[in-house]
Design a protein around this ligand. Sequence first.
Ligand SMILES: NC(=O)N[C@@H](CC(=O)O)C(=O)O
Ligand SMILES: [Zn+2]
Ligand SMILES: [Zn+2]
Length: 420
Amino acid sequence: MSLLISGVRLADGTVTDVAVHEGLIVPVSDLPADAERVDGDGLLALPGLVDLHTHLREPGREDAETVASGTRAAARGGFTAVFAMPNLTPATDTGEAVAYLNELAARDAHCEVVPIGAVTKGRDGTELAELGMMAAQGVTVFSDDGACIHDSLIMRRALTYLKPFGGVVAQHAQDPRLAGPSACCHESEISGRLGLPGWPTVAESTIIARDVQLAEFTGGRYHACHISTAESVEVIRWAKKRGIDVTAEVTPHHLLLDTPHVEGYDTTFKVNPPLRTSEHIEALREALADGTIDVVGTDHAPHARQDKDHPFDVASPGMLGLEQALGVVIDVMVNTGRMDWATLVERMSAAPARIGRLPHQGRQIAVGEPANLVLVDPTRRATVDRAASASRSRNNPYHGIDLPDPVELTLWRGAVTYRR
Ligand SMILES: NC(=O)N[C@@H](CC(=O)O)C(=O)O
Ligand SMILES: [Zn+2]
Ligand SMILES: [Zn+2]
C-alpha cells in the first residue's frame, strides 16, 4: 500500500509530507501516482508507540483477551509494538513457549508482539527458567510480572546470567511479606476506613532499593515495572546518579487516578500496585518529565467479568490501558506544559524500543525508516465508553471520563492497522 500524508507536523514542530511505500518512508517522488492521499493539516505524525508492558492472556485466558483483540486495542491506541508479559497459562518460560507465541503473533497480530520470558520456572520464584533458550528465540526482556522476584539470590543470578545475552530483568516490586496476596489498597487512612488490607509504599521501594544494589554489584540490567511511589522515584534517582544500569516505568493509571477511586469498592480500580495518593502522583509526573522514569508502560491487564465480580479483596487486580494511554499522557503531561511532544515520543516510543532492544521500532519519521507511525489529532477529546473497546474485557478505569481521543490512523510496517 502507498500513502501520502500531506502537511503533517512532526514532534519537533516541522511541517512536512510523509510518503509511505512498501513498508518504508520514501521520498515523495518515489510514490506511485495512485497512492492514497491523507490530509495531514492540523495533525501530528509520531513514531508508532511501543509498550513494554502488555498482558495479552493468550494462551490460557482467551475469554479475557487474545493476541488478536489485544493488538487491535494496541493499534487503536497508536501502538505498533507490544511486549507480552509471560503470566500466561502455561507461562512463557521455555524456548518452545516463546516460539508458540511468535507463531500466534505472526497469524493474528495487528502490531509487533514481542514475548517477555519468565525469569523463573512457572514464575514461582524458586528456580531460574531456561533463560538462554528464550534469549536464543530473541527474548530480551525477562519478568515474573504478577509476582515479585523476592529471593535475592534468584535476582542476583538472573542479573548475572542475562548479562552476556543483553537481557533485562523487569521486576514487579512487591515485598510479599509487607504486601501479601490480599493487600489491595494503598495503606493509608483510606484503607483503614474502607477495611481493605493495606499495601504500603515501602513494599515496593525496599525491593527496588535492594535490586538496584544487586544490579550495581552484578553489572546486570534492571527495569522497575509500574512504579507507584515517591520513595521508588527517589531510589531510582539515586541509582541513576551512581551510574547503575536501571530504568523505570510508570503506568497511565498511576499518573492520573488516585486512591479515593476505590471508595465505592468498584473492583475496576483494583490494581497492583494500588492507586496512590496525590503526592505520589505528583512525584511520578515530575519524574516522568525529568527522565528519572524512562517509559510509560500500560500494564494493560484485561480481566473477565467473573474475575472482577467479587469482593474487593479477592477480585483479580488489573485494568485496561492500551487504548487510553496516549490520551492520558497528553492530558497529564503535554496539555499541562510539563512535557513537549518530543519527550512524549521518547517516553512512549524510543525509550521502550531501546530498553527492549527493538532496533526497527521507536525510530524517527524520516526517509528510509520503517513506516511505523501514528497520526494524531491533539485537540480531539471524547468521553471514554468501556463498551467501545477493542479489548475483550471491560475493566476500563477511564469509563465516563473526558480524555483526549487523539488517534486518527496507525500504520505498522506501512499497513493501516487502525483508522478512525
Ligand atoms: N497489574 C495488575 O494488577 N495485574 C497484572 C499483573 C501485574 O502487572 O502485576 C495482571 O496480569 O492482571
Ligand atoms: Zn506487575
Ligand atoms: Zn503487568
